[in-house]
Design a protein around this ligand. Structure first.
Ligand SMILES: [Cu+2]
Length: 334
């Protein structure tokens, strides 16, 4: 009797410690647990759901393990029942197969539902989404605003409450674009243009970083995301247009050389720089997946898989790109 209350105390302590660890996650120090937009919010709910479902398995298993070690320990006066010929229990079989099946069922359903929902372009509301083209370089991030015709390095402004279509590529080893408070990471890969929809609900500064090791100065590949009201965003765009130099072809060549960079702003960039960078690295032009995702907002899962298999897609002709060398280079890379 006395011993079982002691055991209960140990288990209570363990549960308390675990919830303490989980609860401190609510502090803003842990950016993943501090979602600031609808995408991050959805993913946060998935994280919590997975943690709870895992706890349903992990906590009893660890508890029972400790109990069995204690209860059946080798001791002369141990009164624990000894049943060497026991081999079957329908009830136990149902419990230890049934619970995992239910847990995997719940986890799978919610994960699949949210994953496909987040991969799909969001429903367009009254506020027009903004597109920002992101290029990971050695070892810096270049952001281009095709509608505003400005560019930045290592920092990015976005209007708060507006859906942002980050289109990602790399002109260096692949990296991964990650703004934890706005959503999970997405890879930036040479020759590909991947869409990552994010949104910040409130104005604020959010930490962004590369989440994929890419070489010597990888640690410097972090950037500030500044979300601000649309009016302030427009003012910032005007300011960059007025007071910043232009990014030229030569300037881009210089920028793409390996090295770290401070925050920079540009009032213009070479026409279709992003498209030519994607094409130059042997990829399909962004136009293809734009045609698929932007005109058809109800992309179903079959279409999603097509996006990943660009070589099957029509119009994989790099001669259409602005870069004259694209065709030759893409052949070499294969
Ligand atoms: Cu890829």
């Amino acid at each position: 009797m006395k011993k079982s209350t002691k055991l209960r105390g140990v288990m209570l302590l363990a549960t308390g410690l675990m919830s303490a660890v989980l609860l401190t996650g609510c502090s803003s120090k842990f950016v993943v647990f501090d979602p600031q937009g609808p995408v991050a919010q959805t993913q946060y709910r998935l994280i919590i759901l997975s943690a709870i479902l895992c706890a349903i398995v992990v906590i009893p298993v660890l508890g029972i393990t400790a109990f069995i070690i204690w209860r059946y320990r080798d001791k002369p006066d141990n009164k624990a029942p000894y049943q060497p010929h026991w081999d079957d229990s329908k009830v136990l079989e149902i419990v230890w197969w049934g619970i995992p099946i239910i847990i995997i069922g719940i986890l799978g359903t919610y994960t699949a539902r949210d994953t496909y929902a987040l991969a799909r372009p969001p429903v367009i509301t009254d506020t027009k989404p903004i597109e920002i083209q992101v290029t990971s370089l050695d070892w810096k991030w270049l952001f281009q605003y095709p509608d505003q015709q400005i560019a930045t390095v290592n920092y990015v402004h976005i209007p708060a409450g507006v859906q942002v279509d980050f289109v990602l590529t790399s002109d260096a080893p692949m990296n991964s674009f990650w703004v934890p408070q706005l959503g999970g990471q997405e890879y930036s890969m040479p020759g590909m243009a991947m869409s990552l929809w994010l949104q910040a609900d409130k104005p604020g500064q959010y930490y962004g970083t590369g989440a994929n090791f890419s070489g010597k100065e990888f640690a410097h590949m972090h950037f500030n995301v500044i979300a601000e009201p649309q009016a302030d965003f427009n003012k910032w765009v005007d300011g960059v247009k007025r007071s910043s130099p232009k990014l030229t072809d030569a300037g881009y060549k210089e920028l793409s050389k390996p090295g770290i960079s401070v925050e920079k702003s540009f009032s213009a960039f070479p026409p279709d720089l992003f498209g030519s960078v994607v094409a130059k690295n042997g990829g399909a032009d962004r136009a293809h997946d734009m045609n698929m995702s932007k005109t058809d907002t109800n992309v179903d899962t079959k279409d999603m898989s097509k996006l990943n298999n660009m070589s099957d897609m029509p119009g994989m002709d790099h001669t259409q790109s602005t870069d004259g060398n694209a065709k030759d280079q893409s052949i070499k890379t294969r």
